[in-house]
Design a protein around this ligand. Sequence first.
Ligand SMILES: *Cc1c(COP(=O)(O)O)cnc(C)c1O
Length: 389
Amino acid sequence: MIMGALQALDKQYIAGTYARFPVELIEGKGSLLRDADGKEYIDMGSGIGVTAFGIADTQWQNAVIAQLGKLQHTSNLYYTEPCAKLAELLCQKTGMSKVFFGNSGAEANECAIKVARKYAAEKKGAEYSTIVTLKNSFHGRTLTTLAATGQEHYHELFQPLTPGFVHVTAGDLDELRQVISTHKVAGILMECIQGEGGVLVVDGDYIRGVAELCRQQDILLMIDEVQTGNGRTGKLYAYMHYGITPDVVTTAKGLGGGLPIGACLMSEKVQHVLGFGDHGSTYGGNPIASAGACSVISRIDDALLAEVSEKGRFLHDFFAGAPGVKSVSGLGLMVGIETEKPAAEVVKACMERGVLCLTAKSKVRLLPALNIPMEQLKKAAEIILECCK
Ligand SMILES: *Cc1c(COP(=O)(O)O)cnc(C)c1O
């Protein structure tokens, strides 16, 4: 298709919810992408933290293709091996007890919210329905996960949202104590690093304080690892940096390596909360997505995580204090760069010079593939820095 024609076709028929960049990507390998003009890009966004091992990664591709040749879908009326194996892997690596599979981050969070409400209703009474989340958080686009999302501007046009959500300020334990004493709280849902909110690292003492409050009051601690999960921050899940034990962990994005899958992990305490008929998904735990996810999760070992941490430190050291850079935030390969120029301008300049980056609020956000080769990472960092000046 000639350049321009695809963009016109897309604009005519695709709902106008996305402000796409004028780039038509057609193929890639690892952390390199190519557009319809044959121009090459270093991928520093990995499809918003999804292609964990890059584009067309051979191991991931082999796992997916092998499953594609056998069975693509059965519905959840029958047993299939890939989702059971994936659930086993996730539980073995986290100490959690059960997994519910959906197809996205929002669905994983919907499941978590249902778990919290049912657990509290049975344990304390149906009036214990409030879910506390953090201001500036992002939990998804369904009407319930929008209600959970602590950013008013997402809410305005879609009232009424699901009731029963209260947003508190990250770092302020007194405010949380106050909310717990004045509301009947079922659970707290939070990110350890607010991704869409601007790659803001939530204070570790606050996270541990929240965990302790939850434990004392039998309120479910639910950690949203949709963006921070699956090796992104240098641990399998970001909560593992803080020595806490969540009751529920949600994840998606990098889990599937590029195919849609979301997971809600439940600890021993809540493993039996959802019973027969309480929840479901036609596609959830789809064999192909699950086979790909098994390949992703089984490769996130200590050596890879050490590599992610090291590359993250490189990016921090490279950008911190550099000309045009105001500050650097994040952990591992989840990096936010506060730039002197508007972030959108930097991202546009990078794109012209063959580096694809993301923004998060007013920052440039980097979420490269976990296995991006060091020389590509360095080259991309140099170009990004030149675009910051
Ligand atoms: C992206 C994201 C979601 C939503 O995931 P979808 O797959 O788009 O539904 C939820 N929570 C966090 C922290 C995210 O980054």
